[in-house]
Design a protein around this ligand. Sequence first.
Ligand code: BGC
Length: 733
Amino acid sequence: MNRLTKQQEEKIQDLLSQMTLDEKIGQLNQESVSIVGGFDVPFEELIEMMTDGRISQEEFEKIMSTAEQDYHEDDIRAGRVSSLMIQDPEKVNELQKIAVEESRLGIPLIFGLDVIHGFRSVYPIAIAEAGSFDTELFEKTARMAAKESRGHGVAWHFAPMIDVARDARWGRVSEGPGEDPHLVSEFARAKVRGLQNDHSSPGNYVAACLKHYVAYGACESGRDYNTTSMAPYMLYNTYLPPFKAAVEEGAQTVMASFNDLNGVPCTVNPFTLRKILKETYHLPGFVVSDANAIRECVTHGIASDEKDAGIQAVNAGLDMDMGTGIYRDHLKEAVEEGKVSMDVIDEAVERVLRVKMWLGLFDHPYVPEEVIGTYEELPAEHVALARKAAEESIVLLKNENELLPIDPKKKVSVVGELADKREEVVGAWSISWKEKDCVSVLDGMKERFENLEYFPCGGPSTEINEEEIEKAAKYGDVIIAVVGELVSMSGEASSRADITLPDCQREMLKKLLETGKPVVAVLMNGRPLALEWEAEHVPAIVEAWHLGIQMGNAVASVLSGDVNPSGHLASSFPVVTGQCPIYYNHPNTGRPGGKSKFTSRYLDAPYDSLYPFGYGLSYTAFSFEDLAVEEREDSLAVSVSVKNTGSRKGTEIVQLYMRDVTASIVRPVKELKDFCRVELEPGEERKVEFILPKQKMGFYNNEGEYCLENGEFKIYVGGNARECMESTVNLSF
Ligand code: BGC
């Protein structure tokens, strides 16, 4: 499926032999649509005005809708453009026609876009979806997104985002599948299959772009774009595995990350790009820079000027320049001066052409007329999948005295500004959604609950209204308080130094609790939050993230009990922000945190997370018994009996962890190795078996060598990373 035919290979060589140096460099150039007029200030200033609040996002969008745009038609005609970021199918066809019919060699453009968690149908943000631990779901949502975007001419997704992220201050934790390398790798593989593998029609698949390569998720202090330093063993064991897995699965392209890694920006890093990605993992396609990242190498202080940055980038193995025009403007001279070899250029061009060929763009460059407009009304199947994904991603964090589920006949007060905001359900990095498709929490609740009133009461951008609080308490038998973060508080450039509930929402919860009515907090947020106070005082807490277009219906299904929640956390939740970065699979210390003062702990905060990785409650309960570990020739067979001990049908996420007790490198205290979803009727008991290949029980050392070392291993199985059954085996490999 990932191979090109002999004829396609020949066509690429034939094109290469005909291309001028200018045309070759053109294939390495991605242009952004330039805003060239229609307003009075320079475009950069306009962006700044929106960022610092001088104009609102709506005003900005209004200006943009009337702005004059340059689509680089002349450059496309001259073969100087390879790729653009747009999503309007008519514009795609118009520009593609110029490339195919009017450029000398007729090489099609490739249109790329950030399709991070759905296109027109928006699914849960990745950190939420990962918590479903459902690899089939990961694949299906990707497949739908591929179809919808390809129907708009977008054949290349800047996704999946597979940065392992362990510091919830970093806004981009929302975009990725969490803190664990195994879960992130499984997510990565499934997304690649979903995006790339349905070749039943050229309109059904796209090229994945793995990002951000690499270790961007480890940016120091959770501040976006910040520096990253790490020992090789950490890089190989934690941050590289998802990329390795996804390239094995056939991922076509990769995006280099903004950060420097041990002093070398990933944009110009020959070790990560050439040595690891291309020579060791054998990436079939090309590497693109992140937006403007080549130019930023001058600011990093690694390149003396733009030309130098371009030379370093292309020599390091960075094939396509996103948005700076530096390759376009400087590479020819660099080749003529002998600073970049023709082999380097040819390799990069060949990689780009291979992806275009693999996508079928030479044979099917256009969006077929009959497809344009297909997704104006979302197909029922896509909406149903969005709902299922949202339902499976919800995590029940607390449910004192079985406050939940709520009988839909009861009188319910819904409060909180966020409940009534359709635009707030989609989450960070959603581009192609329409408000008409979004179901707010209030919309969904109204649909399901018969006696319901809404009282705004306050939120992240509005003050508390005490009168409303009184009214809410008077009306409802129970109060559903929707609190959390606005979409703009997570995602790129949205790091927070304090990850408690923003603004006056804790105050609002306090006042609601003072009324004496039972309160359920429904959280809408893009990152793990520090919920120490809420966990102590609010009787029921539902983590509902930003769940996409079907958010409201999914929340209503869970609150009413139509759906028994089954999501588990893909990221640890700290007690307080100061614990960040906090993750379950940390290397052990010589003084593990304990009661005594001279252990690895804080004076003023606990050592452990509030809610660990893999945690999630259900309206029923599960017990684990009879853990058995049997050694076979190449694997361990690990079995456990899981029983539904409650009175409702429910799904448990059964998790297999291990620990290598003594090794030549300090190993994590626990490492996830496998997981599965098990649905059980009340009283039902099932034996769950995992096969853990011995080959997967090793680790990389600081030389990047994979080691399997004899000795004692602990095997754990449980419903979260903290509470597990345990067994010990001694292994000789
Ligand atoms: C982000 C990338 C994104 C790119 C193109 C950058 O700012 O870091 O994740 O793919 O923009 O939109």
